[in-house]
Design a binder for this molecule. Sequence first.
Ligand code: ADP
Ligand code: MG
Length: 711
Amino acid sequence: MTPTSSLPPVNVLNEELRFQKGIGPRRASELQQAGMHTLDDLLYRFPIRFEDRSQVRRSTDLKPGESAAICGDVVSAGLRRTRRRGFSLFEMLVRDDAGLFKVVWMNQPFLQDVFKPGQRVSLYGKVEYRTPGGLRLSNPQYEVVSSAAESSSEDVAEDGKHTGRIVPVYERIGSLATGHLRRLVLDTLERLPPEVDDPLPDALRTRHGLPGRREALWGAHFPAPETSLDTLNRFRTPAQLRLIFEELFLFQFGLALRRRARNAERKPRVMQVDDRVRRSALAVLPFRLTPGQKTALRTIVEDLCRPQPMNRLLQGDVGCGKTIVALLAALVAMENGLQVALMAPTELLAEQHYLSIAPLLSTSRFRVVLLTGGSGAKVRRETGSALERGDAHLVIGTHALVQQNLRFRELGLVIIDEQHRFGVLQRATLRDKGALPDVLVMTATPIPRTLALTSYGDLDVSVIRDLPPGRRPVKTTVEGEARRQSVYDFVRGELTAGRQGYVVYPLIEDSEKLDLKAATAMADTLATVFADHTVGLLHGRMKSDAREMIMRRFAAGDVHLLVATTVIEVGVDVPNATVMVVEHAERFGLAQLHQLRGRVGRGTDQSHCRLLYQGTLTETARARLSALARTTDGFEIAEQDLQLRGPGEMLGTRQSGLPTLRVAHLTRDHDIMEKARQEAETILSERGIPEAVLAHLDDAWTRRFGLAGVG
Ligand code: ADP
Ligand code: MG
């Protein structure tokens, strides 16, 4: 190694990038903008792919159709005029040992500033044959190995880090192209001391056959020449696997610590269940629970009766009946003299819960109140003091519940419905209104298994897999605009048969006004199209009593067709509604469409969903819609969604408590996540927190993952 390796150990990685050779103020700020401050940040930003340049070819040996690497000197370069407007052709002549070769790029005029005669370049791309001009390399990936004026960097090229082997390709950062980054990374690696401190305990590394940190960092940037290109690009070499393991291990270790801290918590009052409580619960039950509901309820009640606070996720597809399970849990808490808060993401849903729950409790001695942003000042005041005195036992509301001045006498159970719509913070704030209350969060957006190990890693999970008896899967089709008339005919058939339906309009925040107008206009049009039936309109901008009125009329069957924005995504429950038309289905996400569709298929009649789209579908929109038409299984849809969108998009990284990962990939590396979790648990329980882990943990959690501290 180079003499610099005698620098004091460990600290190299903490050095700031802006003090490195070759990084001026401009680049320093570009790096900073990309979130890169230290050499550690640099080394943990891995190549986006690798290219095999060990096979540099002679230009005269190339054949049309193959992809190849060539290396040579730029003879001439420039934009060529073309007759097509808006189309440019950049042409370059390169000389290698064998002769001259033509290279072209389409529509990349900025290359004028990249290539100059005299430069040495390395190119990789597809060889084509075109009638005028013959053989050429077209749109290749390129790298200027050395500029005409700059000879000092030739040595880097010649020792083979840039060419003549497997070469890492980095994503550009501002003005720092892949070549620069490669040089920076190489310099840094060469300065690493022989021993780099390692958060992975030796025994663990041996068990999983993982190399040390130093070796792994080298291998993940500059792999040995014999390494398989394919394995590298799939991120599965031992070096890469080790770095993935390192990241996931630190993450899982933090989660394990959190779980341990939680297990040490003790609620002020542990609930009890006796015959009186059971009778009280049975008295409100309007139907027989499904086996899935029973199991979930039993688990939840066990949690309530344990000294540690419950922290449970109840997961179950739309319509599986989570509300009644939550209500029964609420009854147990109330029978134990504790108050309960049920928080829903929209006013409409809170109102719906209130309307369905209040009658069930009317014969009990418990008082239920509603509190939303729409509640007037007087109602708020009264509700507030009733809760503070303990005269109200169950409060149903929106995020209005987390407002600062709302206090409880003794809040024992917090229930959060459709939790995917809330941030971690809101959950925590509501929870803090009690003294270590039990927390139950519910969601119909299934968390794929992969993610269950992450953001939800500190939640226990219950799943309801069955639906209430008699339900039939909704039949779903995808239809273009040309089919509108026949879709209307179909809807008319359902309405004439005495059933009801929805027409859903997308509402995009940016164009909310326009969309509202469109939805309103649509309601008018449909009132004419379905002149024999009553058409109603529902959207989030309506006053809450107007909304309540239309919902009551729809529930009572007086309104037959409800034109609505996505406010009906959660909570609306009218079993007689059997048909849903979604306008502009291409604009919705998969999970959202699935939620929307859950508004039909709630009774025993066959229900239908028609997804109408405008224009031509993009490939991903088509994939979304056809996934929806293919299956009604929310779990399958969630997995699809994860594939199509990635975890960050799906849950919203900051919101959900998902870590920002540098190497690992939540879907690709699921198996490693599982192993990391097991290792973290075992090591923590057998040895406590190893020194080496401790040294990295806090920094990893706060600075890198962007999560609140471990503690
Ligand atoms: P979600 O899980 O989507 O919140 P809900 O709790 O709103 O589902 O329940 C959907 C519908 O199914 C409601 O009308 C509810 O009354 C009904 N339901 C729930 N459980 C049962 C059951 N065991 N038997 C019959 N109907 C049920
Ligand atoms: Mg629900």
